[in-house]
Design a protein around this ligand. Sequence first.
Ligand code: MG
Length: 288
Amino acid sequence: MDKVTVNEVGPRDGLQNIQNILSVDERLKLIRSLEQAGIELIEIGSFVNDKTVPAMSNTDVLINKLGNIDNYSVLIPNKKGLDKAKENGVKEICTVLCVTDSMNQKNINQTVQETLNDLKEIFKEGLKNSIRTKCYVSVAYYCPYEGKVDSTYVNDVIGQLIDYKVDELVIADTIGAANPKEVTSLLSSLKSQYKDTSFSCHFHDTRALGLANVYASLVAGINKFDSCIGGLGGCPFAPNSSGNLATEDLVSMLEMMNIQTGVNLDKLIHSRELASEYTSLSLKGRMI
Ligand code: MG
């Protein structure tokens, strides 16, 4: 593999759950600085309930200020979010399915089957409106409530999402519990079974296995990864899920392996400093 695409999710996954709520202008400046560092794809925000996730309110205002939004995606939790995405000219939406009932109930108060039914409609609507659809397959390896998730079951759920014509599946180790052996095994099996489907990966560095799991995914032929500047974020409903894989760590390892990312590390460190300043957090990617 000689090229990997980095999808920066810091402005959404990283900021949604922190105490310091950034202004729209700060969110805009952070996104611009990531773009200047060479990041091509950015998940810029979400259309969720302002009261539940105040950090993501005014995503419509942000979109307006960003202008051309071809390289941005926005997370939506339901059909209402899809309507907002359509109103705002969003080109790519991210949806979420937690594959265990316990986690899905915590996340959006639905069973897996209920969410699957909704997603079927959302993907159909996306296709009709030329909106690209992504789905996070959350807790794909381990669930904080149900433990290890059976890979045959995950495979079946993914098969349904593919039948519903989703454009990309993001296989997520939401609590950072998977090990590289499990990662290569699941992803190799998915890649060989669903040859025409786009897969990418989302890792958390909870147990310092983020990069090892990226390598395990490269081995399985995955060439697109989510990451968060400075390792911001976590998951509000998954205990101990803090620590998304840091973008600077991901880029640093890939570049050392002569895998092109198009990202300039020095400029990326500037983005991390900006993120630290705005969030008042001392961000902890290992790359210095
Ligand atoms: Mg995450």
